[in-house]
Design a protein around this ligand. Structure first.
Ligand code: SF4
Length: 306
Protein backbone atom coordinates (compact mmCIF):
# COMPACT_ATOMS: atom_id res chain seq x y z
CA UNK A 1 0.00 0.00 0.00
CA UNK A 2 2.93 2.28 0.61
CA UNK A 3 4.29 1.67 -2.89
CA UNK A 4 3.44 4.21 -5.54
CA UNK A 5 1.83 3.18 -8.82
CA UNK A 6 3.44 4.25 -12.11
CA UNK A 7 1.00 7.18 -12.40
CA UNK A 8 1.60 8.29 -8.82
CA UNK A 9 5.35 8.13 -9.34
CA UNK A 10 5.05 10.32 -12.45
CA UNK A 11 2.89 12.81 -10.53
CA UNK A 12 5.46 12.84 -7.78
CA UNK A 13 8.50 13.25 -10.02
CA UNK A 14 7.02 15.80 -12.41
CA UNK A 15 4.73 17.64 -10.02
CA UNK A 16 5.12 17.43 -6.27
CA UNK A 17 8.91 17.00 -6.07
CA UNK A 18 9.88 19.97 -8.30
CA UNK A 19 7.19 22.14 -6.70
CA UNK A 20 8.31 21.24 -3.21
CA UNK A 21 11.93 22.07 -4.11
CA UNK A 22 10.95 25.50 -5.42
CA UNK A 23 8.71 26.27 -2.48
CA UNK A 24 10.24 28.43 0.22
CA UNK A 25 9.43 27.18 3.69
CA UNK A 26 9.74 29.80 6.45
CA UNK A 27 12.98 29.03 8.28
CA UNK A 28 11.32 29.31 11.72
CA UNK A 29 8.90 26.52 10.70
CA UNK A 30 11.62 24.00 9.89
CA UNK A 31 11.86 21.27 12.52
CA UNK A 32 15.53 21.98 13.23
CA UNK A 33 14.43 25.28 14.77
CA UNK A 34 12.57 23.41 17.52
CA UNK A 35 14.38 25.40 20.22
CA UNK A 36 12.83 28.76 19.36
CA UNK A 37 9.33 30.21 18.78
CA UNK A 38 6.96 29.30 17.30
CA UNK A 39 8.10 25.65 17.40
CA UNK A 40 9.36 25.58 21.00
CA UNK A 41 6.49 24.36 23.21
CA UNK A 42 5.15 26.89 25.72
CA UNK A 43 3.89 24.30 28.23
CA UNK A 44 5.83 21.58 29.96
CA UNK A 45 3.63 18.73 28.73
CA UNK A 46 4.02 15.74 26.44
CA UNK A 47 1.35 14.81 23.92
CA UNK A 48 1.12 11.83 21.62
CA UNK A 49 1.29 12.92 18.01
CA UNK A 50 -2.19 11.58 17.31
CA UNK A 51 -3.48 13.66 20.24
CA UNK A 52 -2.31 16.79 18.45
CA UNK A 53 -3.34 15.68 14.95
CA UNK A 54 -6.75 14.07 15.56
CA UNK A 55 -9.85 16.22 15.49
CA UNK A 56 -12.58 13.62 15.23
CA UNK A 57 -14.16 15.39 18.21
CA UNK A 58 -14.48 18.94 16.92
CA UNK A 59 -14.18 20.50 20.40
CA UNK A 60 -11.33 18.14 21.50
CA UNK A 61 -13.34 17.09 24.53
CA UNK A 62 -12.13 13.51 23.99
CA UNK A 63 -8.61 14.65 24.86
CA UNK A 64 -9.85 16.60 27.89
CA UNK A 65 -11.71 13.53 29.23
CA UNK A 66 -8.69 11.34 28.66
CA UNK A 67 -6.04 13.62 30.11
CA UNK A 68 -7.87 15.56 32.83
CA UNK A 69 -10.67 13.22 33.91
CA UNK A 70 -8.44 10.22 33.14
CA UNK A 71 -11.31 8.28 31.62
CA UNK A 72 -10.24 5.10 29.90
CA UNK A 73 -12.44 3.82 27.09
CA UNK A 74 -12.69 0.63 25.12
CA UNK A 75 -11.53 0.89 21.51
CA UNK A 76 -14.40 0.98 19.01
CA UNK A 77 -14.59 -1.23 15.92
CA UNK A 78 -12.91 1.36 13.66
CA UNK A 79 -9.98 1.65 16.10
CA UNK A 80 -9.53 -2.13 16.30
CA UNK A 81 -9.68 -2.45 12.52
CA UNK A 82 -7.14 0.34 12.06
CA UNK A 83 -4.76 -1.22 14.57
CA UNK A 84 -5.03 -4.69 13.04
CA UNK A 85 -4.64 -3.54 9.44
CA UNK A 86 -1.57 -1.45 10.32
CA UNK A 87 -0.10 -4.47 12.08
CA UNK A 88 -0.74 -6.67 9.03
CA UNK A 89 1.26 -4.33 6.80
CA UNK A 90 4.13 -4.22 9.26
CA UNK A 91 4.18 -8.01 9.48
CA UNK A 92 4.08 -8.50 5.70
CA UNK A 93 6.84 -6.00 4.95
CA UNK A 94 9.10 -7.10 7.79
CA UNK A 95 8.61 -10.77 6.87
CA UNK A 96 9.50 -10.00 3.24
CA UNK A 97 12.70 -8.16 4.24
CA UNK A 98 13.64 -10.98 6.59
CA UNK A 99 13.07 -13.59 3.86
CA UNK A 100 15.34 -11.71 1.45
CA UNK A 101 18.16 -11.58 4.00
CA UNK A 102 17.69 -15.11 5.28
CA UNK A 103 17.24 -16.95 1.99
CA UNK A 104 19.50 -14.80 -0.14
CA UNK A 105 19.15 -13.78 -3.79
CA UNK A 106 20.21 -17.24 -5.01
CA UNK A 107 17.10 -18.73 -3.38
CA UNK A 108 14.67 -16.15 -4.70
CA UNK A 109 12.20 -18.87 -5.76
CA UNK A 110 11.87 -19.84 -2.13
CA UNK A 111 11.34 -16.21 -1.15
CA UNK A 112 8.53 -15.94 -3.69
CA UNK A 113 7.02 -19.24 -2.60
CA UNK A 114 6.99 -18.15 1.05
CA UNK A 115 5.47 -14.80 0.09
CA UNK A 116 2.62 -16.65 -1.55
CA UNK A 117 1.82 -18.54 1.67
CA UNK A 118 -0.80 -16.86 3.88
CA UNK A 119 0.38 -14.73 6.77
CA UNK A 120 -0.20 -16.25 10.21
CA UNK A 121 -3.25 -14.38 11.56
CA UNK A 122 -3.37 -16.06 14.97
CA UNK A 123 -2.52 -12.78 16.66
CA UNK A 124 -6.05 -11.60 15.84
CA UNK A 125 -7.55 -13.86 18.51
CA UNK A 126 -6.82 -11.23 21.20
CA UNK A 127 -9.62 -9.18 19.65
CA UNK A 128 -12.20 -11.99 19.61
CA UNK A 129 -13.69 -11.08 23.00
CA UNK A 130 -14.05 -7.41 22.04
CA UNK A 131 -16.07 -8.07 18.90
CA UNK A 132 -19.23 -9.90 17.85
CA UNK A 133 -18.82 -13.15 15.89
CA UNK A 134 -19.74 -11.34 12.69
CA UNK A 135 -17.34 -8.45 13.28
CA UNK A 136 -14.52 -10.82 14.13
CA UNK A 137 -15.00 -12.97 11.07
CA UNK A 138 -15.14 -9.86 8.88
CA UNK A 139 -11.93 -8.61 10.52
CA UNK A 140 -10.20 -11.90 9.72
CA UNK A 141 -11.41 -11.84 6.13
CA UNK A 142 -10.27 -8.26 5.52
CA UNK A 143 -6.95 -8.81 7.27
CA UNK A 144 -6.32 -11.72 4.96
CA UNK A 145 -7.25 -9.66 1.86
CA UNK A 146 -4.78 -6.94 2.89
CA UNK A 147 -2.01 -9.45 3.61
CA UNK A 148 -2.50 -11.22 0.27
CA UNK A 149 -2.60 -7.93 -1.63
CA UNK A 150 0.60 -6.68 -0.04
CA UNK A 151 2.43 -10.01 -0.39
CA UNK A 152 1.61 -10.07 -4.11
CA UNK A 153 2.84 -6.48 -4.55
CA UNK A 154 6.12 -7.24 -2.80
CA UNK A 155 6.63 -10.43 -4.81
CA UNK A 156 6.05 -8.53 -8.07
CA UNK A 157 8.54 -5.84 -7.07
CA UNK A 158 11.19 -8.45 -6.22
CA UNK A 159 10.71 -10.12 -9.60
CA UNK A 160 10.85 -6.79 -11.48
CA UNK A 161 14.16 -5.94 -9.83
CA UNK A 162 15.68 -9.38 -10.32
CA UNK A 163 15.05 -9.38 -14.08
CA UNK A 164 16.75 -5.98 -14.41
CA UNK A 165 19.67 -6.49 -12.01
CA UNK A 166 21.52 -9.78 -12.59
CA UNK A 167 24.25 -9.03 -10.01
CA UNK A 168 22.14 -7.63 -7.22
CA UNK A 169 22.73 -8.77 -3.62
CA UNK A 170 20.41 -9.09 -0.63
CA UNK A 171 20.83 -5.67 0.92
CA UNK A 172 20.24 -3.82 -2.31
CA UNK A 173 17.31 -6.06 -3.25
CA UNK A 174 15.61 -5.47 0.11
CA UNK A 175 16.15 -1.72 -0.17
CA UNK A 176 14.89 -1.44 -3.74
CA UNK A 177 11.95 -3.82 -3.38
CA UNK A 178 10.75 -2.45 -0.04
CA UNK A 179 12.06 1.12 0.17
CA UNK A 180 10.21 1.96 3.36
CA UNK A 181 10.94 1.90 7.07
CA UNK A 182 7.77 0.85 8.86
CA UNK A 183 6.84 2.01 12.35
CA UNK A 184 9.88 4.26 12.53
CA UNK A 185 10.43 5.22 16.17
CA UNK A 186 11.05 8.92 16.78
CA UNK A 187 11.67 11.05 19.82
CA UNK A 188 9.35 14.06 19.65
CA UNK A 189 10.23 15.62 23.00
CA UNK A 190 11.69 18.70 21.24
CA UNK A 191 8.14 19.67 20.31
CA UNK A 192 6.38 18.68 23.52
CA UNK A 193 5.50 15.35 21.91
CA UNK A 194 6.00 11.82 23.17
CA UNK A 195 9.49 10.31 23.29
CA UNK A 196 8.32 7.20 21.44
CA UNK A 197 6.41 8.35 18.37
CA UNK A 198 5.92 5.82 15.63
CA UNK A 199 5.59 6.97 12.02
CA UNK A 200 3.63 4.46 9.90
CA UNK A 201 6.21 4.53 7.13
CA UNK A 202 9.01 6.62 5.74
CA UNK A 203 10.17 6.14 2.21
CA UNK A 204 13.81 6.97 1.62
CA UNK A 205 13.68 6.78 -2.21
CA UNK A 206 12.04 10.22 -1.97
CA UNK A 207 12.01 11.67 1.57
CA UNK A 208 8.30 11.37 2.26
CA UNK A 209 6.31 10.50 5.39
CA UNK A 210 3.43 8.09 4.86
CA UNK A 211 0.43 7.63 7.07
CA UNK A 212 -2.16 4.93 6.54
CA UNK A 213 -5.83 5.58 7.24
CA UNK A 214 -8.82 3.29 7.06
CA UNK A 215 -11.86 5.50 6.90
CA UNK A 216 -13.19 8.68 5.39
CA UNK A 217 -10.60 11.30 4.37
CA UNK A 218 -10.42 14.31 6.70
CA UNK A 219 -8.50 17.54 6.24
CA UNK A 220 -6.77 17.15 9.61
CA UNK A 221 -5.20 13.83 8.54
CA UNK A 222 -2.42 15.89 6.95
CA UNK A 223 -1.45 17.06 10.43
CA UNK A 224 -0.06 13.58 11.17
CA UNK A 225 2.39 13.66 8.28
CA UNK A 226 3.23 17.28 9.15
CA UNK A 227 4.01 16.38 12.77
CA UNK A 228 6.27 13.50 11.77
CA UNK A 229 8.02 15.67 9.18
CA UNK A 230 8.77 18.33 11.82
CA UNK A 231 10.14 15.73 14.21
CA UNK A 232 12.30 14.15 11.50
CA UNK A 233 13.67 17.55 10.51
CA UNK A 234 14.55 18.16 14.16
CA UNK A 235 16.31 14.80 14.51
CA UNK A 236 18.07 14.51 11.17
CA UNK A 237 18.48 18.20 10.27
CA UNK A 238 17.39 17.76 6.65
CA UNK A 239 14.20 18.99 5.00
CA UNK A 240 11.13 16.78 4.67
CA UNK A 241 8.79 18.46 2.23
CA UNK A 242 6.35 15.72 1.29
CA UNK A 243 3.70 13.69 3.00
CA UNK A 244 1.30 11.06 1.73
CA UNK A 245 -1.87 9.79 3.35
CA UNK A 246 -2.73 6.34 2.09
CA UNK A 247 -6.48 5.80 2.26
CA UNK A 248 -7.60 2.19 2.17
CA UNK A 249 -11.23 1.13 2.14
CA UNK A 250 -13.24 -1.95 1.35
CA UNK A 251 -16.00 -2.11 -1.24
CA UNK A 252 -17.42 -5.54 -0.49
CA UNK A 253 -14.38 -7.81 -0.71
CA UNK A 254 -12.43 -5.37 -2.86
CA UNK A 255 -9.67 -3.31 -1.38
CA UNK A 256 -9.51 0.23 -2.80
CA UNK A 257 -6.39 2.30 -2.18
CA UNK A 258 -6.07 6.04 -2.84
CA UNK A 259 -3.22 8.36 -2.00
CA UNK A 260 -3.18 11.99 -0.97
CA UNK A 261 0.33 13.23 -1.71
CA UNK A 262 0.88 16.73 -0.37
CA UNK A 263 3.54 19.33 0.24
CA UNK A 264 4.20 20.02 3.91
CA UNK A 265 4.00 23.77 3.51
CA UNK A 266 3.97 26.71 5.93
CA UNK A 267 0.21 26.54 6.34
CA UNK A 268 0.26 22.91 7.52
CA UNK A 269 3.22 23.53 9.81
CA UNK A 270 1.51 26.52 11.41
CA UNK A 271 -1.73 24.58 11.77
CA UNK A 272 0.07 21.74 13.54
CA UNK A 273 1.79 24.11 15.98
CA UNK A 274 -1.47 25.96 16.69
CA UNK A 275 -3.27 22.68 17.40
CA UNK A 276 -0.48 21.59 19.72
CA UNK A 277 -0.49 24.90 21.61
CA UNK A 278 -4.27 25.05 21.86
CA UNK A 279 -4.54 21.46 23.14
CA UNK A 280 -1.67 21.91 25.58
CA UNK A 281 -3.34 25.03 26.97
CA UNK A 282 -6.64 23.18 27.38
CA UNK A 283 -4.88 20.46 29.40
CA UNK A 284 -2.55 22.73 31.35
CA UNK A 285 -5.33 25.09 32.41
CA UNK A 286 -7.93 22.30 32.67
CA UNK A 287 -10.45 24.05 30.44
CA UNK A 288 -13.40 21.83 29.58
CA UNK A 289 -14.10 22.75 25.93
CA UNK A 290 -17.72 21.50 26.01
CA UNK A 291 -19.45 19.30 23.50
CA UNK A 292 -18.38 19.10 19.89
CA UNK A 293 -20.19 17.73 16.85
CA UNK A 294 -20.53 14.22 18.20
CA UNK A 295 -20.34 11.08 16.08
CA UNK A 296 -22.10 7.85 17.04
CA UNK A 297 -19.01 5.67 17.44
CA UNK A 298 -17.13 8.14 19.68
CA UNK A 299 -15.81 6.08 22.62
CA UNK A 300 -16.84 8.92 25.01
CA UNK A 301 -20.45 9.13 23.88
CA UNK A 302 -21.74 7.77 27.22
CA UNK A 303 -19.76 10.28 29.28
CA UNK A 304 -20.79 13.24 27.11
CA UNK A 305 -24.29 12.38 26.03
CA UNK A 306 -25.41 9.91 28.67
S1 SF4 B 1 -19.11 12.43 22.62
FE1 SF4 B 1 -18.98 14.29 21.39
S2 SF4 B 1 -18.11 15.88 22.70
FE2 SF4 B 1 -17.79 13.91 23.71
S3 SF4 B 1 -15.75 13.36 23.08
FE3 SF4 B 1 -17.14 12.39 21.64
S4 SF4 B 1 -17.36 13.81 19.93
FE4 SF4 B 1 -16.43 14.92 21.64
Amino acid sequence: MYFLTEEERKQLNKGYLPRSRQMEIAEELRGWNWHQPPLAPVYDLKLALYEVANSYCTSNRDLYLKRIDRIKTKPNLAMIRGKVFHEILVRVLVRAKRLIYEKGVDHFQEILRKLSTPLDLNFLTVYRSQLTEEEFSELQKRASIIANFENARVAARIQEILVKQPHIQEDSLATLAIPVVVEQKLDGTFFGLSASLSADAFTFSEPMVLDLKFGEPKKFHRLSTTGYALVMEAIHEYPINLGCIVYAEFKGDRLIVKKDIHIIDDELRQWFIEERDQKMRMIYEEIDPGLGNCYDSCPYILQCRG
